[in-house]
Write a protein of this length. Structure first.
Length: 400
């Protein structure tokens, strides 16, 4: 079930250890499920209980520590030695008298790691304050450091195999977005459109199927397009509704997000004008992006382009992305915004989503891309404009 060659996992471990050395870390406790997957291959819906991968600076192989019923999943999906897969019994789960991190602390003491400098992902979604308190109590002689984004930064530059998986995800998002646009019409329920989206994303293509994306489809419509992060209801679409669709294809946990805005019938000039501004700014920023420029320089091109029309956007217009689990497909490292001096390098991947939201409507049109040796490659192929049910594939000069 492993998605990569052993040599790739080993190279990831070595890059992680070099960062650990730079940070003065001797032990790294990884609880972010994407980082666990990246270093070990572990892939299971078990992140609702405490689990981790442990990287020890002077040990060749990591440890996986998790719930007993998930240990066979670790054996099935990871490259680790069987003796490095360690599990706790079920009486630790959701107990008010003991905690899985008590077990983890015992294991670390037993293998001589109780007095070392230990990094933990303090900002990870599935690492709780309670978990950290139990670790500190169980390992009173350890020195603790925050290592929240250490592995995330290692993940930023993808291998060619990772890029190939993201390309597969791009084919999936093309299918899901096409199905969404074809399904939206006056009188159709939002939930029925999402049902069609999921069927397409998961069924995939004749060559490969899809995985569950880290974020559910976002589908605000009508007046709710003024905000980006609403999902769906069972209400029916009305004539002249705008519908924002943001979703991602996912293949072997690698994502390719995309957003488009659909109009049910004609819109007033103000809406059409803002859509044109968003597309022009997106096109200019994509044309500028290449190796050697910084995230803030890319954002500046977008900002100067939309400023010609008196439009202002005060939030970021993109972020690095790729491998992930719920609740987010972003990597939490580089953002395309003012002040971010991250330099674009080959095989980095980004979702550029320069949405504009007003109090009464919004427009989202986005692209995912990866950085090549000489420029960028936009990953998915979909008309880049405000779309109506009848003009999805009416190509024009603004479509790339």
């Amino acid at each position: 079930m492993q998605s990569f060659e052993m040599s790739e996992f080993q190279e990831r471990i070595q890059r992680t250890k070099r960062r650990m050395e730079a940070e003065g870390l001797e032990v790294l406790l990884i609880t972010d499920p994407a980082n666990m997957n990246y270093l070990s291959g572990y892939d299971g819906w078990s992140f609702y209980v405490d689990q981790m991968v442990v990287v020890i600076i002077d040990e060749e192989h990591p440890l996986w520590i998790g719930r007993k019923m998930d240990a066979n999943g670790a054996k099935a999906t990871t490259w680790l030695y069987r003796e490095n897969i360690i599990s706790y019994t079920d009486d630790y789960v959701h107990s008010d008298v003991k905690h899985p991190m008590d077990f983890v602390a015992d294991i670390l003491r037993q293998i001589g790691q109780g007095n070392r400098v230990i990094g933990v992902e303090m900002g990870a979604y599935y690492f709780s304050a309670l978990a950290f308190e139990h670790l500190k109590k169980g390992l009173p002689n350890a020195v603790w450091k925050n290592a929240t984004l250490l592995v995330n930064h290692v993940r930023m530059i993808k291998s060619d195999q990772e890029i190939a998986y993201i390309r597969n995800a791009a084919r999936l998002v093309e299918g899901g977005m096409t199905k969404a646009i074809q399904s939206i019409a006056e009188g159709v329920r939002e939930c029925d459109v999402v049902g069609d989206i999921y069927q397409s994303l998961i069924r995939g293509t004749p060559e490969f199927g899809g995985d569950y994306p880290a974020i559910v489809p976002m589908l605000p419509s009508g007046e709710n397009t003024c905000t980006p992060h609403l999902t769906w209801t069972d209400k029916k679409y009305r004539d002249k509704d705008l519908v924002i669709i943001e979703l991602a294809g996912c293949y072997k946990r690698y994502h390719c997000p995309m957003a488009r805005t659909v109009s049910i019938g004609p819109q007033e000039d103000r809406v059409n004008d803002i859509a044109s501004v968003v597309v022009e700014g997106l096109n200019e920023a994509l044309a500028f992006a290449k190796p050697g420029v910084t995230c803030e320089e890319v954002e500046e091109v977008w900002r100067r382009t939309i400023a010609k029309y008196g439009v202002i956007k005060d939030s970021r217009i993109g972020y690095s992305m790729g491998l992930n689990y719920p609740p987010d497909w972003g990597e939490h490292t580089a953002s395309i915004r003012q002040g971010d001096r991250t330099v674009l390098k080959p095989n980095m991947a980004f979702h550029m989503i320069p949405g504009i939201w007003y109090d009464d409507f919004g427009i989202e049109i986005s692209e995912s891309f990866y950085v090549t040796n000489s420029g960028i490659e936009v990953l998915a192929n979909m008309p880049r404009k405000l779309i109506t049910a009848t003009n999805l594939f009416a190509m024009d000069n603004d479509v790339v």
